[in-house]
Write a protein that binds this ligand. Structure first.
Ligand SMILES: Cc1cc2nc3c(=O)[nH]c(=O)nc-3n(C[C@H](O)[C@H](O)[C@H](O)COP(=O)(O)O)c2cc1C
Length: 336
């Protein structure tokens, strides 16, 4: 059997399993992928908050929650990878079922941030991150500012940057976390221990009751001179098939929310604060649209579940072609 058919066949077989089992099996199988990665076309190199990325396409948080697989996942062609989210202490996450597939190439998850805790996560990364060959970012979550800060400090010298995740639907009391006072304190504390680039992961600017808080937080973030915003996390919705009865929507239907959030963000943050676009990006056209709206990098998650391990290479090849057709020598030329 030709070797290129095998991954797509395996991918189709994995789709027959429940989503969490398929994900586990996929993470095991990725270890058998050929090491090394072809250098993407020069037009796809971009200077970003994480240095020069080639391509500026990252794996979104939540795919490798333990930090054990980043070296293998890098072989799929990513320019950087986000591992985690990690919390200070280990968390088992919610009861199963906690991920379900939805029509229209979507997922709804209520994983509840299962992770091995910061100590074990750092051990895992020390074994795997250096072998990734591209920047690795750690996603840190927590309901209390002290927890987030302790994780951030522990990651010094281990990763290239940190993404602060205050936007998982499972974090309790979103309104309190995003309040001007609580968030302002977190930003102050983070600024005082800052050792490297940080991005803030935000929810879609869709829920009116939360939107004004998140917009204020983004302004505070940019005013403190932090490097980036990652937009967006999943959209909270009801889902009776999940043990929790609700979860976060990702994939195709999230794309419109992500694009709307990107448009709003550009009016809030200046040039100094970059944007990582994530949410329903499946194709080079989707990527192009995000870069045109000012994204510095894009990230993918659900598209890999539906389209398989060849996704990043496909987006990379097609994006280079799209740029050529537009007469652009680089991504920079199409950014606003
Ligand atoms: C099963 C699952 C688990 C996730 N876990 C995390 C997480 O731990 N931390 C985080 O910041 N985002 C997490 N996300 C959100 C993704 O990083 C991403 O923001 C979201 O899925 C939208 O991108 P997509 O449409 O390309 O999947 C998770 C998403 C899924 C589907």
């Amino acid at each position: 059997m030709p070797v290129q058919i095998l991954p797509s066949l395996i991918h189709r077989l994995l789709r027959l399993l429940p989503p969490e089992e398929a994900h586990k099996a996929g993470l095991k199988l990725v270890r058998f992928f050929k090491a090394g990665r072809p250098e993407p076309p020069e037009a796809l190199q971009l200077k970003t908050w994480l240095g020069r990325l080639s391509p500026p396409i990252g794996l979104a948080a939540g795919f490798d929650k333990t930090g054990e697989s980043v070296a293998y996942l890098a072989r799929l062609g990513f320019g950087y990878l986000v591992a985690g989210s990690v919390t200070l202490y280990p968390k088992p996450g919610n009861r199963r079922p906690r991920v379900v597939r939805r029509s229209g190439e979507a997922l709804v998850n209520a994983m509840g941030l299962p992770n091995p805790g910061i100590e074990r996560f750092v051990e895992n990364l020390l074994r795997s991150a250096l072998r990734a060959g591209v920047p690795v970012v750690a996603s840190v979550a927590g309901s209390e500012s002290q927890e987030v800060i302790a994780c951030y400090e522990r990651l010094k010298g281990v990763v290239s940057g940190v993404e602060i995740n205050l936007s998982s639907p499972s974090l309790r009391d979103a309104a309190a976390i995003w309040s001007e006072e609580t968030f302002g304190q977190l930003a102050e504390m983070l600024a005082s221990v800052k050792w490297g680039p940080v991005s803030l992961k935000i929810p879609p600017l869709a829920r009116e009751e939360l939107k004004s808080h998140v917009v204020k937080a983004v302004k505070i973030w940019a005013d403190h001179g932090f490097e980036a915003i990652t937009a967006v996390n999943t959209l909270p919705i009801d889902e009776p098939r999940l043990s929790t009865g609700f979860g976060g929507l990702s994939g195709r239907p999230l794309n419109a929310y992500m694009l709307e959030t990107l448009r709003e963000l550009r009016n809030i943050v200046g040039e100094g604060c970059e944007i990582n676009a994530v949410g329903g990006i499946f194709t080079a056209e989707d990527a192009l649209q995000a870069f045109r709206l000012g994204a510095s990098t894009i990230q993918v998650y659900t598209a890999i579940v539906y389209r398989g391990p060849g996704l990043v290479r496909e987006i990379t090849t097609d994006l280079a072609k799209l740029l050529r057709e537009l007469g652009a020598q680089s991504i920079e030329e199409i950014q606003p």
